[in-house]
Design a protein around this ligand. Sequence first.
Ligand SMILES: CSCCC(=O)C(=O)COP(=O)(O)O
Ligand code: MG
Length: 227
Amino acid sequence: MIKAILTDIEGTITRISFVKDILFPYAAEHLPDFVRKNENDSHVQAQLDAVRQEIAQPAASIDTIIDNLQSWIKEDLKITPLKQLQGLIWQTGYQQGDFTGHIYSDAYEYLQQQHQAGTALYVYSSGSVKAQQLLFAHSDFGDIRPLFSGYFDTKVGPKKSPSSYQNIVDQLPFESHEILFLSDIIEELDAAKHAGLHTLQLWRDQQVQSQNHPSIASFEQFDSEKI
Ligand SMILES: CSCCC(=O)C(=O)COP(=O)(O)O
Ligand SMILES: [Mg+2]
């Protein structure tokens, strides 16, 4: 019996184009100024040092760091210090009302129903926990954070590695076979299944439909019997 749901964000409950066409360009535009203005802030400093470590250049200048971060944004690389910095930059955009967090209406209804039915809801996204909470706090449906019991990002490991899902299960009061993982990406579903979780693919937009996991095009098609 499913007692908890662990959901991806982009492509699953949020439109891919909101992330690619709004969030990523906003971060790319504001990143140089943000990094230069905040390089002495301890949290930002820790991310800049993590970039230096990632590129194996312990003395890399701010300009070199910015160049690397910008090319990681272009390539959509899920590198933890980039994702942490993006979350900090998006905060201003949400607070100024430049955009609201997109949530598919069928996803909102599904999450609400599951929450009301007593299923514990958790999030696992490559976006930082801060970015996840900002999107939910400023969502198209208002502040939906009360629906969720916990948040995980790439600090537990990459989303295509089974060990990341094991790390999450170790932190939850549920067994892996009691958890349903939702994602649009087949490799993420494979990794979660390998760790013993149930899986369900959302194949909206341009995603490839899985042959090895149950799949639905919208939560309106959700059928617990088919999990
Ligand atoms: C949490 S909002 C920003 C989404 C993001 O930065 C990202 O990389 C999306 O990754 P996901 O694991 O949600 O597909
Ligand atoms: Mg996704």
